[in-house]
Design a protein. Structure first.
Length: 73
């Protein structure tokens, strides 16, 4: 299953890399890609975590970039 999140106001390449790495380590996440230029995260996940993944993503993003707004697309 593919999930896309908009990361509004993401402006730190180092933070984007850390967000990508931490999100990729979550159970049920098969692939994670964060694009700084597009301000977008694309995930390939197991359907079993589709209900909880948004909260997990928001928690990770806020850890590195507190001002970034995360929106599911």
């Amino acid at each position: 299953m593919r999930k896309v999140f908009i990361l509004e106001d993401l402006d730190c390449a180092n933070c984007a890399a850390k967000i990508e790495a931490d999100t990729g380590k979550l159970t049920g996440v098969n692939k994670c890609s964060v694009s700084l230029m597009a301000q977008k995260m694309v995930l390939e996940i197991d359907e079993s975590i589709s209900g909880t993944i948004e909260a997990d993503v928001k928690k990770i993003v806020k850890k590195y970039e507190p001002d970034v707004e995360v929106t599911a697309k």
